[in-house]
Ligand binder design. Structure first.
Ligand code: KG4
Ligand code: ZN
Length: 341
């Protein structure tokens, strides 16, 4: 088999149009991202139709730029990879159709990548020697999973959210305290000025104590109840305390379950992935609590945590070596689950 496999990867599942060139799943030659955040901020969240239109407007420029910055030419590419789910259907279709067109024109194989597997793979870019098995906590705007990564492309789901994703909870609470979209980074910032022990927000309790699942919608409701009660009583609200206390509840839940998962699988590596992996409190708490138990904690750089195409190029490489190629019938699957094909 050929060495130095160069994959052109495309990502358009939500509000970032991205393209990257990645060699052997680990070395990034270019990683171009065009974000739509400013447009969606005006609406307080991502507007699917607007997202699709913006992807169409910029996708060819983004791909051209990725090729140019890599100093390669289209003919040097070994395969074209694309996110085909989960995500917004219209947004995904833009990337899928563009990638199919490129793959056909260049006569290079097409690789379909699950967006969540992409987030996990960001760790292979950051940590060049990282190999499975390890535990991965995937925390993004749409997903919260604890996964045992047995081998490349092989996942055992140990826990997942039963309702809202961690990032979704951040976004909803941020909106309730008037911080706007996207809420995660804003809560992260103001929580630094607040007291995490000021308000005791409850953690969801499952009857099964061994469960590694999460639930964040009850937590979100108790924040909303707290805000309403304070308003009704005419008591002034300290937003920094609310943010810090909410964040502590989320982070403790995420960290405790990740450490429990290590125990279950007798594993001493936790890799964290997804947009919420950029959270500074999650980073410090995970490192602190894992140290006591001799668990190594891995976080990709901030730029590799949120949506990007380099992570898609990395995940695609492990499919390339298995010759797991997609056909021209590839379609977008908006509710694709982790490990599903
Ligand atoms: O992975 P991602 O870019 O997109 C999805 O695949 O969903 O994650 C976006 C999510 C948003 O909910 C955003 O609020 C959250 O990640 N996020 C953060 C931080 N940065 C982004 N949450 C907490 N703290 C942050 N610093
Ligand atoms: Zn994502």
């Amino acid at each position: 088999m050929k060495s130095n496999i160069k994959i052109l990867a495309i990502e358009s599942s939500c509000d970032e149009t991205a393209a990257a060139i990645v060699v052997n799943g680990r070395e990034v030659l270019s990683n171009v991202i065009s974000s739509q955040i400013d447009i969606h901020t005006k609406f307080g969240g991502v507007v699917p139709e607007v997202a699709s239109r913006k992807h169409i407007e910029v996708i060819s420029t983004v791909v051209e730029k990725a090729i140019k910055e890599s100093k390669l030419q289209y003919k040097d590419i070994d395969a074209v990879a694309v996110t085909y789910g989960p995500g917004l259907v219209g947004a995904l279709l833009v990337g899928v159709q563009y990638a199919k067109g490129l793959s056909y024109a260049l006569k290079k194989p097409l690789i379909a990548v699950n967006h969540i597997e992409g987030h996990i793979s960001a760790n292979f870019i950051q940590y060049k020697n990282l190999k499975p098995p390890f535990i991965c906590l995937v925390v993004s705007g749409g997903h919260t999973y604890i996964v045992y990564m047995k081998d490349y492309g092989e996942f055992e789901i140990l826990g997942q959210t039963r309702d809202d994703a961690a990032g979704e909870a951040y976004d909803k609470v941020a909106r309730a305290i008037g911080l706007g979209y996207p809420g995660g980074p804003k809560i992260d910032k103001i929580a630094k000025e607040g007291n995490p022990n000021a308000i005791k927000f409850p953690r969801a309790n499952f009857h099964d104590e061994t469960s590694l699942d999460f639930s964040f919608s009850g937590l979100k409701s108790s924040v909303l109840n707290y805000l309403n009660t304070m308003k009704m009583k005419n008591v002034s609200i300290n937003n920094a305390d609310v943010a810090a206390s909410f964040q502590k509840a989320v982070v403790d839940f995420l960290v405790d379950n990740s450490i429990k998962a290590c125990k279950v699988k007798k594993c001493n590596i936790i890799a964290v992935a997804g947009g919420v992996a950029a959270n500074t409190c999650l980073r410090s708490t995970m490192i602190e609590k894992s140290k006591e138990r001799n668990i190594e904690v891995l976080f990709p750089d901030f730029s590799l945590c949120t949506d990007n195409a380099a992570m898609i190029g990395s995940a695609a490489y492990f499919e390339y070596i298995k010759e797991n190629f997609a056909s021209m019938n590839l379609n977008a699957i908006p509710n694709l689950k982790l490990g599903e094909r």
